[in-house]
Design a protein around this ligand. Structure first.
Ligand SMILES: [Zn+2]
Length: 355
């Protein structure tokens, strides 16, 4: 089987809702000269062999030799320019922002995902200690801003790990983000994921924590229509929205991970919606709410139906992560500084236009 065929199969296998939501996660395969990586703004499950962006490994490695600008947006622009300039002739699409990180690992296959089962640990207060206990051979990294900083820090940490242990890490857990799995063959990727998921499932079982999110029954049509009407009129003049509706669940109350911020935003609106209350929310947070929870119902809201669906799906994922994190000391939200970085991040803004 060809390399691209193998990475496409892996992308589909690890592109299910158990592992990623929306356009989250990324995969790559490489030989000595070329890295083929998932394009930004695509989904793992929808990838085809021809979609991978071919990158010159030497050129993208040049990113590490450039003097880094102090201004964060200049830094992100630099990564973008180097990445776009590293594409082989004829390559289309914008390479995933994590492409330099994929390139830093010498293993042939890299599969990066954000499973709720894993984030129950990486987003928990005692996640680091749990990771060291459960996965002693893995590399754990404290929270790092996505993009340029992530690529630079991970590269250094991989070098340190190699110097200490004589091998590259096969698993890299990123606090409040997800996991990278690297191996020289597809079976190695599957084996590592099998270990990760089963080890964590055992922990949740031992802690007596359900791995399913409890969602209340769908409301009857009349109740749903009335609730929908009050959300729409509360948002009147602020945004034209499509809505996605579900039965009740315990919505998350703060920024969980970059992807949760991107798709469902950091904070939900939990009250009966009125124009005044929505305006107040907007003044406090700088955006109108994507998650609205009241009367035993939860709405996802977005400019399109797809965005509304994704907001709701991501909110449920975050609620499940919050539930699972109880096994490791409870949920640990991102700091205001980390949250602001994501909320102002150009690359994520780009990705949102793609969904
Ligand atoms: Zn990620």
């Amino acid at each position: 089987m060809g390399l691209l065929q193998e990475i496409t199969e892996l992308s589909h296998e690890f592109g299910t809702v158990e592992y990623v939501r929306g356009g989250g996660g990324n995969t790559s395969v490489k030989d000595a000269e070329t890295l083929w990586v998932k394009p930004s703004g695509t989904t793992l499950c929808g990838l085809s062999e021809g979609a991978f962006v071919a990158i010159d490994r030497k050129k993208i490695g040049g990113l590490y030799d450039v003097q880094s600008p102090k201004d964060p947006s200049e830094r992100e622009a630099l990564v973008k320019d180097v990445m776009m300039g590293s594409r082989l002739e004829g390559a289309e699409g914008r390479p995933s922002v994590e492409a330099p990180l994929h390139n830093s690992l010498s293993a042939k296959f890299v599969v990066h995902t954000h499973p709720a089962i894993v984030n129950g640990m990486t987003c928990a207060t005692d996640g680091k200690a749990a990771c060291q206990r459960l996965f002693p051979d893995a590399l754990w990294l404290d929270y790092i801003d996505p993009g340029y900083t992530l690529c630079m820090v991970v590269r250094n940490e991989i070098e340190k790990f190699k110097a200490e242990k004589g091998v590259e890490p096969a698993m890299i857990f990123l606090k409040s983000h997800g996991v990278f799995v690297a191996a020289d063959d597809a079976e190695g990727i599957r084996a590592s994921y099998h270990t990760i998921m089963n080890t964590l499932r055992d922990e949740y079982r031992k802690a007596n924590i359900s791995m399913e999110l409890t969602v209340g029954p769908d409301p009857d049509a009349a109740v749903a229509a009335e609730a929908k009407g009050s959300v729409t009129s509360a948002l009147d003049g602020i945004a034209e929205v499509d809505l996605s509706l579900s039965g009740d669940f315990e919505v998350y109350k703060g920024p969980i991970s970059p992807d949760h911020i991107v798709y469902a935003y950091s904070f939900p609106f939990v009250a009966t919606p009125s124009p005044e209350a929505i305006k107040q929310f907007q003044q406090t947070n700088g955006y109108w709410p994507r998650i609205i929870s009241f009367n035993g119902l939860v709405f996802g809201a977005g400019e399109t139906r797809r965005k509304a669906d994704l907001a709701l799906e991501m909110s449920q994922d975050g609620a499940l992560v919050t539930q699972l994190a109880e096994a490791f000391g409870g949920i640990c939200y991102l700091t205001d500084r980390a949250r602001n970085f994501i909320e102002n991040w150009e690359v994520e803004a780009y990705r949102k236009t793609q969904i």
